[in-house]
Write a protein that binds this ligand. Structure first.
Ligand code: ADP
Length: 218
């Protein structure tokens, strides 16, 4: 389903969000005060404008209030980032995702109603640490503080066993959402399906439970 996004701030983070959303087929309005940054996404956005997104009149004249999603990627100017986020929430945008420079910036953004706060270096650091720590963990998506989805490699221990044999639900309380083998993905695996070494399972569950399964069950 096509969605409308407004991306504000087009440096490294904002421009990559903008380009990827546009590549995925969505409508993207891109805004930055810097002309060179705007020019760089002209071919990767529906419309790109040079404008100051911390001004209410500017946001209104661009019709920003009609968008479903806004991404504020102004990291270098905390005041503008906060003001812009506040205006977007006042305009009634339901999903405002904001890049924060540090934890103080993140705290203020939470208070003024940002729907999601991203700290790219911090978030990526946690991801990389999780991937490094466990040789079995391939990908990791945090759903909340307690729950996540993890992609785990099937090791020799579980090779040629069925999903049922893994005891993942009864012993660990986790659920296997899908089994991947190269480009083949089984999105509704049955308990009798067999697992092979090198397969990847997509598991949803409580972080502690997934960790226990990784350490003891795999
Ligand atoms: P990076 O994503 O590379 O870490 P920054 O977060 O420092 O970079 O980039 C912020 C971007 O936001 C810059 O391109 C800057 O021109 C833009 N910007 C800063 N203030 C505003 C504003 N009021 N309105 C729109 N864009 C802005």
């Amino acid at each position: 389903m096509k969605k409308d996004f407004v991306v504000i701030g087009l440096a490294r983070f904002g421009s990559s969000v903008c380009k990827e959303l546009y590549r995925l087929g969505h409508q993207v309005l891109a805004i930055d005060t810097n002309e060179a940054k705007v020019n760089a996404v002209l071919d990767h956005s529906t419309k790109a404008v040079i404008a100051d997104a911390s001004r209410e009149d500017v946001l209104k004249s661009l019709g920003v209030g009609n968008f479903d999603y806004a991404i504020v990627a102004i990291g270098d100017n905390m005041q503008s980032s906060i003001l812009c986020t506040l205006l977007l929430k006042e305009m009634g945008i339901k999903n405002v995702w904001v890049k924060a420079q540090d934890s103080n910036h993140a705290k203020v953004l939470t208070k003024i109603g940002a729907d999601r706060i991203i700290q790219p270096e911090y978030d990526m650091g946690i991801r990389v640490a999780n991937q490094l720590e466990s040789g079995k963990l391939q990908e990791y998506i945090e759903l909340s503080e307690d729950y996540s989805i993890s992609e785990l490699y099937i090791t020799k221990k579980l090779a040629n066993k069925t999903l049922n044999d893994t005891d993942i639900r009864s012993k660990y309380g986790c659920t296997i959402l899908a089994v991947k083998n190269g480009k083949k993905v089984n999105i509704s695996p049955s308990p009798d399906d067999k697992l092979y070494e090198g397969d990847m399972i997509v598991v949803i569950g409580n972080n502690e439970d997934i960790k226990r399964f990784e350490e003891k069950g795999l």
